[in-house]
Design a protein around this ligand. Structure first.
Ligand code: 3IO
Length: 334
């Protein structure tokens, strides 16, 4: 009897030593834009929360600025295990994430908080095939996009033929307004603006400050039309190898992180607007009522066309997806 309990104790001692020697579980988290931007701010917040809530069992190493994976190979890089975790903008691969990119239709998402929670609901309801090879850790959206430009845009005549940058659903909208839409990720935009490849961009306004676009774009036209949807994904094998208590922490954090990021974005957009006015004398243009009508009119066929195009596939309930997004927006709009 004594012999058995001694050997059990010895075994326990060895196991404890082994787990201490192995140290914490280390995970690499890749991100494509610079550390100052909101996708990286939310990444650092998630890292801190996970490390705290797991009591140091997990250690996250973050790689902002495309140092581990870039904007366009984020999904495939996580699937293949080049990074354990990656943050991606779904608008950069519109054909790959058709269902979740429906949140980038002009459906009247009023702010990033509402957009983020509606996108998370959409993901949970449909579990789209596009994410079957990864574990989704959270989703969120930007605040609605506005025009930032070197020259003032007050009318549809002003935007016609102008070289402006956007991606995905937002790109579609620029085309509808008659701009010469140029597609590229946000991470490529500072250089394109600097070199004059584009005269402006269409995105959420916190980049006026975070990427210093207010230094070059002295005009902002308020359109508040569409958001850009994001996902944070984890390599499936790495996920499956995590202990259940760590998985639980990450699962519980998913909707919280969505809401946190939306709220951070909304607050930071307000800061960036004030900062741009004060520090860089940026002019904020409101469209006249007549112009607004004309601009909105150009967008009205977009959602119908999307439903028509994707509804042809009989196992893709395009019309219901749009209705669901509208319902989720109403549910979260406070
Ligand atoms: C974005 C992407 C990276 C860093 C900051 C950002 N603010 C808004 C976006 C949305 C987006 O992906 C884009 O390309 O406009």
């Amino acid at each position: 009897m004594r012999k058995i309990s001694l050997s059990v104790m010895l075994l326990g001692f060895i196991l404890v030593c082994q787990s201490l020697a192995a140290g914490p579980i280390r995970l690499n988290y890749a991100n494509f834009p610079p550390a100052s931007t909101f996708p990286c701010v939310q990444m650092e917040r998630w890292k801190t929360e996970v490390q705290t809530r797991t009591g140091g069992k997990v250690e996250i190493n973050t790689f902002p600025g495309g140092t581990l994976l870039g904007a366009k190979n984020m999904m495939d890089g996580v699937i293949s295990g080049q990074a354990d975790i990656g943050c991606l903008c779904m608008a950069y691969q519109p054909g790959r994430f058709v269902l979740t990119n429906a949140s980038g239709l002009p459906l009247g998402i009023p702010d990033a908080r509402t957009g983020s929670l509606a996108l998370w609901d959409l993901y949970k309801k449909y579990s789209p095939e596009a994410f079957s090879k990864v574990r989704v850790l959270t989703m969120f959206t930007t605040a609605p996009a506005n025009l930032m430009s070197r020259t003032p845009i007050r009318t549809l005549a002003d935007i016609k033929g102008l070289d402006l940058r956007a991606s995905g659903g937002a790109a579609e909208i620029l085309r509808a307004w008659g701009a010469n839409q140029v597609g590229m990720p946000m991470s490529a935009t500072p250089e394109a603006l600097q070199k004059g490849v584009v005269q402006g961009l269409f995105s959420s306004l916190e980049v006026l400050k975070d990427l210093a676009f207010a230094e070059q774009c002295k005009y902002v036209t308020m359109t508040n039309t569409v958001i850009y949807p994001f996902a944070v994904v984890m390599n499936m094998d790495r996920w499956n190898a995590l202990p259940p208590d760590v998985q639980k922490v990450m699962d519980e954090l998913a909707p919280e992180q969505s809401k946190w990021t939306g709220e951070y974005m909304d607050g930071h957009v307000r800061n960036a607007i004030e900062w741009s006015k004060k520090e860089h004398q940026v002019e904020f243009i409101e469209l006249s009522a007549d112009e607004r009508k004309a601009w909105d009119g150009k967008l009205s066929p977009i959602t119908e066309k999307w439903i028509e195009k994707h509804g042809k596939n009989s196992d893709f309930p395009a019309a219901r997806i749009v209705e669901d997004i509208k319902t989720f927006i109403k549910k979260h709009n406070s």
